[in-house]
Design a protein around this ligand. Structure first.
Ligand code: 3PG
Ligand code: MG
Length: 397
């Protein structure tokens, strides 16, 4: 991992500090439905404001094509102000005279939020001129948006080279957690990967087999591996054309001494519907007209055993169709085991990715893991071993 500056390395008193946040939070009918990303900004904003900085927060929201009032960040002023316990000024543009007027009006310890960065094309184009216009609004730059670090956009990449740059507390926490899980982990280290498709996680699986001691695979993507081993998968979701790929992942795991854990049994049904009649069968006995919708109790046992024998866990993706009861049981049982081992100090656990976070919340254990990332795409790219532009841009050369 590259070395980077933190808030502790900046002299911020009286300075305008541009903070790149990720306020791309879920909103329904104008109300924020999950404020986690806002709450995780509080340490950075509070630290800067308490030290007398003029804090200028900027973020993208949604994927607007040009100016689009329905994707304004104005709705986030109130929730942000509530979270940080201070008033938040709003600038109706993120560059130019309107932004400048609001920033110039800030006193030490005050906070402003700029309008959606993606209202300008230059943001996603990583445009130097747009980055220059943002840089005019600050003396220092802090990136606290790990969850957007996989985007080489102007406020993340180009801007980091124009002002003295540092990682905010949230960025730091994400990098520390991911670093201690994958760069220098306590071994044995285990990865648990679930989700629907092997095709979306090929790079991740290939990278993981070279990194971890054990890799447990669940969710519909496990069906592709079972099929590749000649097992019957009935009408299950399965990427049959990836059987060769699955076999080569198994072979490369064997070469690098990574133990692969596949389900031994499965909860099946004729359709994916709440309360449908289910049958739990061994993976050699899946009926022709049935679908595999969750891992069975023996698989929960074997994954739990592997977890108990591990010191570090990286988790991405549910092991069953957890949004539909009773196919949430496998994921919930594993989540509870991870929580129990973590609370007992036996396991350092890091989880991330949208579905994973929702599954942990449904199991009621979010706070019991060592670290739960707020990142989706950035978390996945990290697990693929890729360099994230937003992290690379902060590196001290
Ligand atoms: C996210 O929510 O994953 C980040 O904010 C990135 O958003 P994007 O996928 O629209 O770039
Ligand atoms: Mg996204």
């Amino acid at each position: 991992m590259p070395r980077f500056r933190t808030l502790d390395d900046l002299d911020v008193a009286g300075k305008r500090v541009l903070v790149r946040a990720d306020l791309n939070v879920p909103v329904k009918d104008g109300k924020v439905t999950d404020a986690t990303r806002i709450e995780r900004l509080v340490p950075t904003i509070a630290n800067l404001a308490d030290r007398g900085a003029k804090v200028v927060v900027m973020s993208h929201f949604g994927r607007p094509k040009g100016v689009d009032p329905s994707q304004s960040l104005r709705d986030l002023v109130e929730p942000m102000s509530h979270a940080i316990g201070r008033p938040v000024h709003f600038a109706p543009d993120c560059i130019g005279p309107e932004a400048k007027r609001v920033v110039d009006g800030l006193k030490r310890g005050e906070v402003a939020l700029l309008e959606n960065l993606r209202f300008h094309k230059g943001e996603e184009a990583n445009d130097a001129q747009f980055a220059g216009a943002l840089a005019e609004l600050g003396d220092l730059y802090v990136d606290d948006a790990f969850s957007a670090a996989h985007r080489a956009h102007a406020s993340i990449e180009a801007l980091a080279h124009l002002l003295p740059a540092a990682a905010g507390r949230n960025m730091q926490a994400e990098l520390d957690a991911l670093g201690s899980a994958l760069e220098n982990p306590q071994r044995p280290v285990m990865a648990l990967v679930g989700g629907a498709k092997v095709s979306t996680k090929l790079d991740l699986l290939n990278f993981m087999t070279g990194k971890v001691d054990k890799l447990a695979i669940g969710g519909a993507m496990a069906n592709t591996f079972l099929f590749a081993q000649g097992k019957p998968v009935g009408r299950s979701l399965c990427e049959r054309d990836l059987a060769d790929t699955a076999r080569s992942i198994l072979a490369s795991a064997a070469r690098s001494g990574c133990e692969i854990i596949l389900p031994d049994d499965a909860v099946t049904a004729d359709e994916l519907k709440p309360g449908v009649v289910t049958r739990t069968v061994g993976v050699n006995a899946v009926p022709m007209n049935a679908m595999i919708l969750d891992i069975g109790p023996q698989s929960v046992e074997s994954i739990s055993g592997a977890l108990a024998a591990s010191k570090t866990l990286v988790w991405n993706g549910p092991v069953g169709a957890f949004e539909t009861a009773p196919f949430d049981r496998g994921t919930v049982a594993i989540a509870k085991k991870v929580a129990e081992l973590t609370k007992a100090g036996k396991l350092m656990s890091v989880a991330g990715g949208g579905d994973t976070v929702a599954a942990l919340a449904a199991a009621g254990v979010t706070d019991d893991l060592t670290y739960v990332s707020t990142a989706g795409g950035a978390f996945l790219e990290w697990l693929e071993g890729r360099e994230l532009p937003g992290v690379a841009a902060l590196a001290i050369k």
